[in-house]
Write a protein that binds this ligand. Structure first.
Ligand code: NAD
Length: 476
């Protein structure tokens, strides 16, 4: 989404980068090296569909190769263009550095509205796009590893993995060429929910420190907080679902392509999600008020605003009217650089995209490691862990018997304690740890340095510092 009189998405990312880098003491040459996008490959390819040849335009941009492989999603949308993929690739570089995923930054996109095509047509298009990228090593387990993004999901990733494997029949690590695959095609438990889950963990960590909550002019915990979500797709749906079901938050508004629905008492997320899948939009959802101009709901009173659809939705035209004291950027680039200035001035706290939606790449990292190690997480230790816990429980029970039944654990305790961690538990634990650690590195700067006025600048400082160290280690 490009906004009139505002910098493009890539310029917005550069402006935010410049604001942060001015606080670092980097040699100008290194600063420039980190900022620029290394390369962008544009491909136009034809696919025979419905009796005629159709030409598609796709991109794969590599922002930084300070670590390889480079990593970043593939987006299917009519809005895809070179500026957008380059902005998103740059964000991937900073995101991976911030959460310590050992990758450089990349991003890809295909100019297509996937809703216009049948499944078998999408498969032909995806396989052809994958072929074009793979033959230039722009899909490769050790060089460039895509993942899902807007308009793509497990299905497309499975086609890409299969296409790569057909072209590289002796590559034992072929499955690691792409992440976000279905579980039965080399995926990992918890990848689909990962980005939304990461948004939840980010908010949990924010609310763990009363000083942060106070900076947003709020108090208490996530329990009972009123939330508005834009985009009930993969990221928005999971974030909303977990915040409601596990943290007691209330989603009072959901904005989709065709408008918004609101209900001050809280919307039923699963029912609304099913409604959207069935009817193609939110209109008509029972028990809620429909607002045709959905974007207006971004300006409604709430505690937490979660833009989880696309970039540029909070811009110079509406930033001053946004009332939420806390915004978490689940989407990439939902706030333009100009809007960011206005919101900061107003005291709105923004949890920035490069951190907030890093759950996806974090679990993608786990999936890539799983593919390279050719073994599911937890397979070796789970039963051994259960046996050791059983020993402890047996000892406590016999001690308790000897002391006249002094200890009677609840059945719930025994069930939870005795259960060894499977892949899903381990993935969630690794993700939670990653989100907490990365947030703490930003928080430290935010609280300790006077010139670090917000979490976005803190995120950039942490990540640019890490990228700079990698370049220095290479002798640059
Ligand atoms: P998705 O395609 O699953 O969902 C996007 C949702 O936004 C859809 O429900 C769509 O109908 C809605 N939408 C589209 N245009 C809209 C508009 N103008 N107004 C309101 N709603 C609109 O995509 P996703 O994977 O959930 O990605 C959403 C955002 O999160 C993107 O910015 C993406 O880059 C970012 N992201 C995704 C992942 C991931 O793992 N999928 C990881 C990191 C970041």
């Amino acid at each position: 989404m490009s906004v009139k009189n505002e910098p493009s998405f890539r310029e917005s990312v550069d402006l935010m980068f410049n604001r942060a880098v001015s606080l670092l003491d980097l040699p100008p040459g290194l600063e420039e090296k980190i900022r620029v996008c290394n390369a962008t490959y544009t491909v136009r390819f034809g696919v025979r569909l419905r009796g005629s040849l159709q030409t598609f335009t796709g991109y794969r941009s590599v922002h930084s190769e300070h670590m390889e492989p480079v990593k970043g999603g593939i987006r299917y949308s009519m809005g895809v263009n070179q500026d957008e993929v380059e902005a998103l690739a740059a964000l991937m570089t900073y995101k991976c550095a911030l959460v310590e995923a050992p990758f450089g930054g990349s991003k890809g996109g295909l100019c297509i509205d996937p809703r216009e095509y049948e499944e078998h047509e999408l498969e032909l298009i995806t396989r052809r796009f994958a072929y074009e990228l793979a033959k230039r090593d722009l899909i490769h387990p050790s060089q460039n590893v895509p993942a899902p993004d807007m308009g793509t999901g497990e299905r497309e990733m499975a086609w890409i993995a299969d296409q790569y494997a057909r072209m590289n029949t002796t590559d034992i690590n072929a499955k690691a060429c792409v992440t976000g695959k279905p579980l039965n095609a080399g995926g990992i438990a918890g990848r689909v929910e990962a980005t939304g889950r990461g948004v939840q963990y980010a908010l949990q960590e924010f609310f763990r420190d009363a000083r942060d909550v106070e900076k947003a002019g709020m108090s208490g915990t996530l329990d009972g907080k009123a939330v508005i979500v834009q985009g009930l797709g993969n990221v928005g749906y999971h974030a909303a679902k977990f915040l409601v079901e596990e943290d007691g938050a209330k989603v009072i508004g959901v904005i989709e392509r065709d408008g918004a629905v609101t209900n001050p008492a809280g919307l039923k997320i699963d029912e609304l999600h099913n409604w959207i899948l069935k009817h193609g939009g939110v209109k008509g959802f029972p028990g809620a008020t429909y607002v045709e101009n959905g974007a207006l709901v971004l300006e409604e009173e709430c505690d937490i605003l979660i833009p989880a659809a696309l970039e540029g939705v909070i811009n110079l035209t509406n930033a001053a009217k946004v009332k939420a004291p806390l915004i978490i950027e689940a989407a990439n680039g939902p706030i333009t650089a100009g809007a960011d200035d206005i919101l900061r001035e107003k005291g709105t706290v923004i949890i920035p995209d490069m951190y907030a939606n890093a759950g996806g790449v974090t679990v993608s990292y786990f999936e890539w490691v799983k593919n390279l190690s050719h073994i599911r997480f937890g397979r070796m230790q789970r039963r051994q862990e259960e046996a050791r816990h059983q020993l402890v429980v047996d000892q406590l029970e016999s001690l308790s018997d000897a002391m006249g039944n002094a200890w009677s654990p609840s059945p719930d305790f025994k069930q939870k304690y005795l259960r060894g961690a499977g892949e899903l538990e381990l993935v969630r634990s690794g993700l939670d740890d990653t989100m907490r650690t990365a947030y703490q590195s930003m928080r430290e700067l935010w609280h300790e340095r006077e010139d670090v006025t917000d979490l976005r600048i803190a995120a950039y400082l942490v990540s640019i510092g890490k990228v700079a160290s990698s370049y220095r280690a290479k002798g640059l």
